[in-house]
Design a protein around this ligand. Structure first.
Ligand code: GUN
Length: 308
């Protein structure tokens, strides 16, 4: 039986509507939450992500501003910008889009962001708060995954969850959130032995590796919930065929655009999974919705209003 498709677009719209309703109330009370996005240089993928973030702010009523230092910016100049944003009262959230150019010390920059304004949840203070189950700001992508699981009625407590990928942005915080929700969690990575066998133990499988279609049907227990965090652009015709041969809609996109987006999960998995997030239209929209939600939370926490 084909999987239940977990609709990230719909879930993200519901989250944005909830955020917008709260922002409207705050604005009426004279509080205008604000987000500053820092985009360094001209990384095409980052430019697309940032455009989506700014547009989403407009939709929910969050004030936003974009800072675009050149690709040759120094760590010191970027630190000065972050310090300035930290000081500004009307800025509730600061997001420094990653990756940063190689001459910039990314760790130093992330450490400089005021933890109270760290809407990405990347500051070591927020990482520590999450790992000790204290109130803080949680990274947007894993927070979005938890939202879609909960809102889709998928049980988490007592379930076997396997997270493939151990990045600071997704894998590690994802594992922490699932542990905090009482799942039994295994974290796998490129050095893991017999990855497929471990993945087959999963009731909930989260793929956050960054390799197109790596999770094939041998990795998935029939009926499992599969969350695909991957966003891989495929431009090679042979690779395209491997994933989407016979899919008329995808073939049309590939012909006209010369590329298509593929997750870390092979499309064949949709035939055996119990539930699955599509790419596009799964986790991607949730990430931006959770950024809006985090900005609202930061505004409330900083201004002493109880967070939702
Ligand atoms: N680059 C890729 N994903 C992210 C993210 O979630 N936040 C930031 N700041 N940069 C990213």
């Amino acid at each position: 039986m084909p999987a239940n498709i977990l609709d990230g677009v719909k879930t993200a719209a519901a989250i944005r509507a909830e955020v917008a309703a709260e922002i409207k109330k705050m604005t009426a009370a004279g509080i205008h939450p604000g987000l500053a996005v820092v985009l360094v240089g001209h990384n095409p993928a980052s430019e697309i992500y940032v455009r989506g973030k700014v547009k989403s702010c407009e939709e929910v009523g969050i004030y936003s501003e974009k800072h675009t230092p050149s690709g040759s910016v120094t760590t010191e100049d970027l630190l000065a910008l972050v310090h300035d944003l930290n000081r500004r009262e009307e800025i509730d959230g600061i997001l420094v889009q990653l990756p940063l150019p190689p001459q910039v010390d990314s760790k130093k920059i992330l450490l400089a962001v005021d933890p109270a304004k760290d809407v990405d949840g990347f500051h070591p203070m927020n990482v520590g708060l999450l790992s000790t189950q204290r109130e803080g700001l949680v990274p947007c992508t894993p927070a979005g995954v938890m939202e879609i699981l909960k809102r889709s009625g998928i049980p988490i407590a007592g379930q076997n969850a396997v997270v493939v990928g151990r990045s600071d942005i997704v894998g590690k915080p994802m594992a922490m959130l699932l542990i905090n929700a009482n799942a039994t969690v295994t974290v796998c990575h490129s050095k893991t032995r017999d990855l497929a066998a471990l993945c087959r133990q999963a009731d909930i499988l989260v793929a956050a590796i960054g390799r197109a279609g790596m999770i094939t049907r041998e990795f998935v227990r029939p009926g499992a919930t599969v969350i695909d965090v991957g966003m891989n652009t495929v431009t090679d015709a042979a690779e395209f065929e491997r994933f989407f041969a016979g899919n008329a809609r995808r073939e049309e996109t590939f012909r006209t655009k010369g590329s298509t987006l593929v997750g870390d999960v092979h499309p064949e998995v949709a035939q055996i999974a119990g539930a699955i997030t599509p790419v596009p239209g799964g986790v991607g929209p949730l990430t931006i919705a959770m950024l809006m939600s985090n900005t609202l939370r930061a505004a409330k926490l900083r201004r002493g209003t109880k967070a939702a």
